[in-house]
Design a binder for this molecule. Structure first.
Ligand SMILES: Nc1nc2c(c(=O)[nH]1)N[C@H]1C(S)=C(S)[C@@H](COP(=O)(O)O)O[C@H]1N2
Ligand SMILES: [Mo]
Length: 393
C-alpha cells in the first residue's frame, strides 16, 4: 500500500520508556510496572503496554497513505487520511486488554505457550477517530447491515507488519459486519490516542479499536479493510486466541472446534502490591483495576484479607471523587474502573480480589479450572502474599 512499509528487521524500532518491563524484545512486548498502571485512569501513551508480532511499520509518506476498502461490496474505494478526518470525530474511552494478560500466573499451574505477562497487558486510552460504521456508510454499506447484497458478513482488518506466524504475511483479524456497522458498538478507525496522533508503536497512522473485545482484534497500521463472507482465516483468528478446555493439549488440539475469542470476561487485578510483599504497617491501601468485556460495567469488587474466607467491598471510581455507577451515561461504558479499600493486616496473609460485572459474572476462584494451552484469559481471583514486619522471604 502506498505510504506505509513494514520493515523486515528490528533496526528501525521507535524509542520506548525505560520503566517498561520487557517480556520479549523482538518483536517488542512490554508492560508498565503495576503501580505505574494505576497512577492514572487514562494510561499515558509511553506507559501503555505494547504487543507486537513483528517489526514496527513506518509511514514514509502520509500524503500518499491510503486504506483500501474492498471485497463483497459494490464500490471499492481507497481513502486518504483527509477523507477519514472529514467524517465526524469521536473520542471513545476504552480499555484495551491483551488476551494473554496474566499469562505468567497461568503457566505456574502447567506450562502454556506464549509471551509471559504480569497483570499490566492492559491500558485505558481516549481513542479519537471516525466510527467504522460511518466509514462503511461512506463507501455504500448502510448502518446495521448484517449481510451485503453480495454476501459480505465480516469486516477484515489487514495490516502491513511482517509476522512469522503468518509466514511473513501481515497481521489480520475480523469482526462481524453487524458490529462494524452498528454506531453504538463504537468501533473506531482511530488516528489519535489521548489527544495526540497515534505513535508508531500503537498503530500510526490508523488502527481499528474494537471496544470490549480482546486486543487482538484491534489491528494496528491498517493497510486494507475487506468485506468477506466468512470470518478472517488468518493465523491470529484461527490458530491462536481461542479458548480451549483444560483437557486439550498440543497433541489432540483441533483448532476448528472453537470460535475466535471476541469479548473478554470480567477481570480485576491488585496493582498496589507486587506478588510478594513485606509491609511494615498493618493498615494498607489496596487498589487496582476491574473491567469486563462487551460493554458490561463493574457491579462490585470484593476484597479478602484471609485468602477468600471473608470479604469486604472496595469502592469504585473512574473519576476521582465521583461514585461510579455501571450503566449510567456519566460512566465510560468501555473503560475499566479503579477500586480501592483500606484494610488492616494483623498478620501475614493472602489478599484476594474478585470482580463481578453487571451480568453477575464472577471471576473463577482458581486458575486450574480455566487453564488452557495458549494461556489466554487468566481471569482467576487475583491473589498476592503479604508478609507483615521483616519476615524472611
Ligand atoms: N498489525 C498488528 N495489529 C495488532 C497486533 C500486531 O501484532 N500487529 N497485536 C494485537 C494484539 S494481540 C494486541 S493485545 C493489541 C495491542 O495493542 P497495543 O500494542 O497498542 O497495546 O494490538 C493488536 N493489533
Ligand atoms: Mo494480545
Amino acid at each position: 500500500m502506498p505510504g506505509l512499509t513494514g520493515p523486515s528487521d528490528y533496526s528501525q524500532e521507535p524509542p520506548r520508556h525505560p520503566s517498561l518491563r520487557i517480556n520479549a524484545k523482538e518483536p517488542f512486548n512490554a508492560e508498565p510496572p503495576r503501580l505505574a498502571l494505576i497512577s492514572s485512569y487514562v494510561t499515558p501513551v509511553d506507559l501503555f503496554y505494547k504487543r507486537n508480532h513483528g517489526p514496527i511499520p513506518i509511514v514514509d509518506d502520509i500524503e500518499r497513505y491510503r486504506v483500501s476498502i474492498s471485497g463483497l461490496m459494490e464500490n471499492p474505494k481507497e481513502l486518504s487520511m483527509t477523507d477519514i478526518r472529514k467524517l465526524p470525530k469521536y473520542n471513545v474511552t476504552a480499555t484495551l486488554q491483551c488476551a494473554g494478560n496474566r499469562r505468567t500466573a497461568m503457566s505456574k499451574t502447567r506450562t502454556v505457550k506464549g509471551v509471559g505477562w504480569d497483570v499490566a497487558a492492559i491500558g485505558n486510552a481516549i481513542w479519537g477517530g471516525a466510527k467504522l460504521a460511518d466509514v462503511l456508510e461512506l463507501v455504500g454499506i448502510p448502518k446495521l447491515t448484517t449481510t451485503t447484497t453480495s454476501g459480505g458478513k465480516h469486516v477484515e482488518f489487514v495490516s502491513i507488519d511482517i509476522c512469522k506466524e503468518e509466514n511473513g504475511g501481515p497481521y489480520k483479524a475480523s469482526i462481524p459486519l453487524n458490529q462494524a456497522t452498528n454506531s453504538e458498538a463504537d468501533v473506531l478507525l482511530a488516528y489519535e490516542m489521548n489527544g495526540e496522533p497515534l505513535n508508531r508503536d500503537h498503530g500510526y497512522p490508523l488502527r481499528s479499536i474494537v471496544p470490549g473485545v480482546i486486543g487482538a482484534r484491534s489491528v494496528k497500521w491498517l493497510d486494507s479493510i475487506n468485506i468477506i463472507a466468512e470470518e478472517c482465516q488468518g493465523f491470529f483468528m484461527q490458530k491462536d486466541y481461542k479458548m480451549f478446555p483444560p483437557s486439550v493439549n498440543w497433541e489432540n488440539i483441533d483448532w476448528s472446534t472453537r470460535r475466535p475469542q471476541m469479548d473478554f470476561p470480567v477481570q480485576c487485578a491488585i496493582c498496589s502490591l507486587e506478588d510478594v510483599n513485606v509491609v511494615k504497617h498493618e493498615k494498607i491501601t489496596i487498589s487496582g483495576y476491574a473491567v469486563s468485556g462487551g460493554g458490561r460495567g463493574i457491579d462490585r469488587v470484593d476484597l479478602s484479607i484471609d485468602g477468600g474466607k471473608t470479604w469486604v467491598e472496595a469502592s469504585r471510581y473512574q473519576t476521582t471523587g465521583i461514585k461510579y455507577i455501571a450503566g449510567e451515561t456519566s460512566s465510560d461504558k468501555w473503560a475499566w474502573v479503579f477500586f480501592t479499600a483500606k484494610v488492616d493486616i494483623p498478620q501475614s496473609t493472602e489478599i484476594v480480589a474478585k470482580a463481578v460485572d453487571t451480568a453477575a459474572n464472577v471471576q473463577p476462584e482458581n486458575v486450574d479450572v480455566i487453564w488452557n494451552l495458549r494461556g489466554i484469559l487468566n481471569t482467576s481471583w487475583h491473589r498476592v502474599d503479604v508478609r507483615v514486619g521483616h519476615s524472611n522471604l
